[in-house]
Design a binder for this molecule. Structure first.
Ligand code: 5RP
Length: 246
């Protein structure tokens, strides 16, 4: 996927990896169109769930990059909070009112992408390193809607699981996890280190509990099914709607 094909300039590592694979096996980038169409379909479907007057949480990533213009085209009266500076910029450029997330205690809806979606409903998020703010926003939303392409649906979750870790004691925190490494990206907007847990994911619930209980781990990218209301998957020319457990 070229930057020109991305409506907001937002990209995540997973999309970059797909492009890399296509380039490696010699398929023209235009063959990525179906993938982009799946993003657009899921994004447009999610935009249809938003109503005027809502407080809306805006996720991060290239699929959200399709959601923002789809939502803007609906010309609704909305108040938004953004999960990343990139999304805040893109949303502001599209004319959305983006507020700091410090005074609303609830959001009506939040829409975000995912890196992996398991049959059990567990997600891995954080390919764009925004998972901490994304989880705070998802947890604050009455309805958390995940939008993704069909390739994000996996039989079982695989590492890495993104981490946000306190800078103080970061080496000790990663050592304690026994299989974690720093990612070569900027710190989070909250000043923390971005890393990845690289060990096995035998049981997402057990691993999420262990990560939650590890001192120094600010947040991890495992999202429980209980956070998720709807999953909208662009699959070819249609949208598959899975209801979550939230
Ligand atoms: C960012 C995220 C993204 O939602 C996730 O990486 C999916 O991105 P994309 O829509 O580009 O595939 O969790 O932290």
């Amino acid at each position: 996927m070229s930057r020109a094909a991305d409506p907001t300039g937002l990209r995540s590592w997973s999309v970059g990896a797909n492009v890399q694979r296509l380039v490696t096996i010699g398929i023209e980038l235009t063959n990525d169109t179906t993938h982009d169409d799946e993003k657009r379909l899921a994004a447009e479907s999610a935009a249809g769930l938003v109503e005027s007057g809502m407080r809306v949480g805006l996720g991060t990533g290239s699929t959200v990059g399709y959601f923002l213009p789809a939502l803007a085209r609906r010309e609704l009266d909305l108040t938004c909070v953004a999960t990343s500076l990139q999304t805040a910029d893109a949303a502001t450029r599209l004319g959305f009112s983006v507020e700091p997330f410090d005074s609303f205690d609830r959001l009506h809806i939040a829409v975000d992408g995912a890196d992996q979606i398991a049959p059990s409903g567990w997600l891995v998020k954080g390919g764009g390193a925004a998972h901490t703010r994304e989880k705070v926003v998802a947890a604050a939303a009455d309805r958390f809607v995940v939008i993704a392409t069909a390739d994000k649906c996996v039989d079982r979750l695989e590492p890495p699981v993104p981490l946000e870790v306190l800078a103080f004691g970061v080496a000790a925190t990663l050592w304690r996890l026994g299989g974690a490494e720093r990612r070569g990206v900027d710190r989070s907007p909250d000043g923390n280190i971005i890393a990845d847990y690289t060990g096995p994911i035998d049981d997402p619930e057990e691993l999420a509990g262990r990560l939650d209980a590890t001192p120094g781990v600010v947040e991890h990218g495992l999202f429980a099914p209980t956070l998720v209301s709807d999953v909208l998957i662009g699959r070819g020319t249609r949208v598959e709607h899975r209801s979550g457990l939230a």
